[in-house]
Design a binder for this molecule. Structure first.
Ligand SMILES: [Zn+2]
Length: 263
């Protein structure tokens, strides 16, 4: 089964590698040759650029720890991943993030086959792989953030209460419930993610992606904040929050695309 998904997603198509400052997505052989590594030979993708994988792994772990310290994740209830070429570095299942070391690098290919590490990858791997196979995502953050999860039990779509809705591609949908770790949940999530860079998972949590780990993380934080905002406003007895129109959201989204420091 395939799903229509906009080629021009919310993230820039030629995004930088997550957690690095090198320019552009990695074209396979040529990039390594440029770095003076042409004489080396690698038998598998996982052996191609160990230094780069280790660098991205430390950024994955740092992002996972940030989800805990910022209150978006309790214990090991979320997971984080980043893509390097056709490999996916992903947090392992059931290991507290503060215990993860460089030796725990966990890496799979786009089919889910483990190519580095001995720890079992996150049980939510099907969701991560589905996003990488169908979008230009370079990084993914999944959490059980409390306000976002609360909203996922109340409505099929987060009402557009704030213009930051535009930063996620439009009103955030709720993917119908399915058991965690299943292909069914991954399929429901992909439908909810159509033309969006984030969605809610009913009675479960959040998932967002981006061109970098920082962008994926920021989208999760914004999503949780908007859910908290809506719950706060909608919870005032006798009053109903005003919502933004499609035209207002479109205008805000256009401005958000140019937001930031101009160089
Ligand atoms: Zn989960």
């Amino acid at each position: 089964m395939t799903y229509a998904h906009s080629e021009a997603g919310p993230g820039p198509p030629d995004a930088h590698l997550p957690g690095t400052t090198s320019g552009g997505a990695p074209p396979p052989a040529a990039a390594w040759q440029d770095r003076g590594m042409a004489e080396q030979r690698w038998d598998t993708e996982a052996e191609r650029a160990p230094a780069e994988l280790e660098q991205v792994w430390s950024a994955v772990v740092a992002t996972a720890r940030r989800t805990v310290t910022d209150g978006l994740v309790v214990g090991t209830s979320g997971n984080v991943s980043a893509r390097v070429a056709d490999l996916v570095l992903v947090t392992p299942s059931g290991v507290p993030y503060d215990r993860l070391t460089p030796d725990d690098l966990t890496c799979v290919d786009l089919t889910g086959r483990q190519v580095r590490g001995t720890l079992v990858p996150t049980s939510e791997l099907p969701m991560h792989l589905a996003v990488y196979r169908t979008t230009d995502a370079r990084a993914i953050v999944h959490t059980h953030a409390v306000h976002a999860t609360a909203v996922s039990t109340l409505v099929p779509e987060l009402p557009p209460i704030h213009y930051m809705t535009g930063a996620l591609g439009g009103p955030v949908r709720v993917a119908p419930y399915a058991t965690y770790g299943t292909d069914e949940l991954a399929e429901n999530m992909l439908r909810a993610l159509t033309d969006r860079s984030g969605c809610l998972l009913q009675n479960h949590g959040t998932i967002t992606y981006g061109a970098t780990l920082d962008q994926a993380y920021d989208r999760t934080a914004q999503l949780e904040w908007m859910c908290r905002l809506w719950l706060t406003a909608a919870g005032v007895p006798g009053l109903t929050p005003s919502l933004l129109t499609q035209a207002q959201l479109t205008q805000a989204a256009e401005r958000l695309r140019g937001y930031g420091q101009r160089k």
